[in-house]
Design a protein around this ligand. Structure first.
Ligand SMILES: [Zn+2]
Length: 311
């Protein structure tokens, strides 16, 4: 009689040599390859790149959960996989369904609860009478952009902090340090950038991506995806915030002022408007490239015959 190890060996062989399981992997690989190709060949299309990264992330989670599920089935149901009629197709189908369900469940939990922990870290207060204009501005902009209610939370710190926190209670955090450093119109541009993050659910995606890259610590793809998710969403929020106000150069000036104050606060989960680092492993795009893009957009919007989205 065959030993347990031999049965598992036969199950693994039958499973991974079956055209069905190989097809699932091949389709997954082909989809990732295609998305990656479009990503690489569209360097300055932040909107497209954000969507592509979302797809790549979903595929990479599914890929690993499918592999793990397959291995668990090959070991726990080895006899069925190795010898039963339709054992392999049944196992592949179970791994496929289990993989999709598990990736959806992990995603839902992180999406729902990830951001709440960020809010607890900073414990913001309501704006004072002198700061209430900021809440009014955010309210109007959110209404115009169709974003729903957004709360402005003030954090009493000398650090220059601005970040969007998603989830159930969507909040834009602004520090008193930032309010002192910037002119009111620069503050408006900074919060417009944050409103765009909330509009595109960037806060949820960023926390999600960060948590997933920790869970999938062995996955080489997530080492590239996680920083790229952050970088592309920054570019997109810059562009959309600047377009909605029509003043890209003011956002560029605000970014330069914030950068002049040195590195950002720790523990912000990559949600703050500016961060350090360069290259493909950095969560933030290079400041110079952000400023360059904003100044180019400013030139475009200022052209006399411009028919851009000037408001
Ligand atoms: Zn941002």
């Amino acid at each position: 009689m065959a030993s347990f190890v031999e049965i598992v060996g036969e199950a693994l062989q039958a499973y991974w040599l079956s055209p069905l399981s190989l097809t699932v992997l091949a389709v997954c690989g082909a989809c990732m390859g295609t998305l990656l190709y479009v990503f690489v060949t569209n360097a300055r299309n932040a909107k497209l790149r954000v969507s592509l990264l979302t797809g790549l992330y979903a595929l990479s989670i599914f890929f690993w959960v499918f592999i793990a599920g397959s291995l668990v089935l090959c070991v726990s149901q080895a006899r069925m996989v190795a010898y039963a009629k339709n054992g392999v197709p049944l196992a592949v189908f179970s791994a496929l369904v289990g993989g999709l369900a598990t990736s959806a469940a992990i995603s839902a939990v992180v999406w729902r609860y990830g951001n709440a922990s960020v809010l607890r870290t900073f414990a913001p207060r309501d704006p004072s009478a002198a700061e209430s204009w900021l809440q009014d501005y955010v309210g109007t902009l959110a209404k115009f952009e169709g974003v729903g209610q957004i709360r402005v939370g003030i954090v009493d710190t000398a650090a220059t902090l601005a970040m969007a926190v998603g989830g159930k209670h969507r909040t834009i955090l602004v520090s008193t340090g930032l309010l002192h450093l910037l002119e009111p119109d620069e503050v408006e541009l900074v919060v417009a950038h944050e409103v765009m993050h909330l509009k595109h659910h960037d806060a949820e995606f960023k926390v999600f991506s960060r948590v997933l890259s920790r869970i999938l610590f062995f996955d080489p793809f997530s080492k590239f995806f996680d920083p790229a998710v952050h970088r592309e969403r920054e570019y997109l929020a810059d562009e959309m915030g600047a377009r909605s106000s029509g003043k890209p150069a003011t956002l560029a000036s605000a970014l330069l002022k914030i950068a002049s104050r040195g590195p950002q606060e720790k523990g912000s989960w990559g949600l703050s408007i500016l961060g350090s680092g360069t290259g493909i492993f950095s969560r933030y795009p290079p400041l110079q490239e952000r400023v360059n893009r904003l100044l180019l957009l400013s030139d475009l919007l200022r052209r006399p015959d411009a028919d851009g989205e000037k408001t």
